[in-house]
Design a binder for this molecule. Structure first.
Ligand SMILES: [Ca+2]
Ligand SMILES: [Ca+2]
Length: 212
């Protein structure tokens, strides 16, 4: 009898529909992000990337039913394809990025950003850091070359194969220097600041993590 009950319970579990979970998310990005669950836009950074020092955190809720993919488009500000900002001024520089996010449901961690995410850098500039000191930086010329690739078709989809994408790179708080809003979140100890291969030269990233 016990065995019958066990088998019944197991088969019930197997056919049980999966329910949407309510997820509370915190995201901080230098400088801007758009967040999607699969193809659906859930949250766009409320501060325009064109706002100087556009540092802020976003906290929001959404529902999702497993399996699903958490997708980010993350951008460091750049004035143009040189990757530089404050061009022509004494502050001319490459600028750096950084992204941290956590996703919790009923206090349980669903996901945190770390090297377990896949991040494809789709805009890299300048290709030579000497560009930063150029008196007349021109995108694509000399040290100021750039590398831009198109977003892979269907990259936000659950069945997209990201096995060829590099793992996210983790950075310390000291390296990123997160500010304005970052301190207003109680970050889970496992949540890490992530970005592409270089905090300065990686300018636009696509990052994804599948929740099974
Ligand atoms: Ca920046
Ligand atoms: Ca940059």
């Amino acid at each position: 009898m016990k065995r019958v009950v066990f088998i019944l319970a197991s088969s019930l579990l197997a056919v049980m529909p999966t329910y949407a979970e309510t997820i509370e998310a915190d995201v901080w990005a230098d400088n801007w992000f758009a967040f999607y669950v699969n193809e659906t836009l859930v949250k766009e950074d409320s501060v325009s990337i064109n706002t100087e020092r556009s540092f802020n955190k976003e906290s929001f809720r959404f529902q999702a039913t497993r399996p699903y993919v958490l997708n980010f488009v993350a951008k460091d500000f750049k004035a143009n394809d040189t990757g530089l900002e404050y061009i022509g001024s004494g502050r001319q520089q490459m600028g750096d990025g950084g992204l941290i996010a956590q996703f919790l449901s009923d206090g349980e961690v669903i996901a945190v950003t770390n090297f377990g995410w896949k991040c494809l850098t789709v805009h890299t500039a300048p290709l030579n850091k000497s560009c930063e000191k150029s008196r007349n930086p021109v995108a694509g010329v000399g040290d100021c070359g750039f590398d831009e690739i198109a977003e892979p078709t269907g990259w936000k989809a659950l069945d997209f194969d990201d096995s060829s994408w590099p793992a996210a790179f983790e950075y310390s708080e000291r390296e990123v220097g997160p500010k304005d809003g970052y301190d207003r979140v109680r970050w889970n100890g496992d949540a890490q600041l992530i970005w592409g291969a270089d905090l300065e030269q990686s300018n636009t990233l696509l990052c994804r993590k599948t929740i099974k």
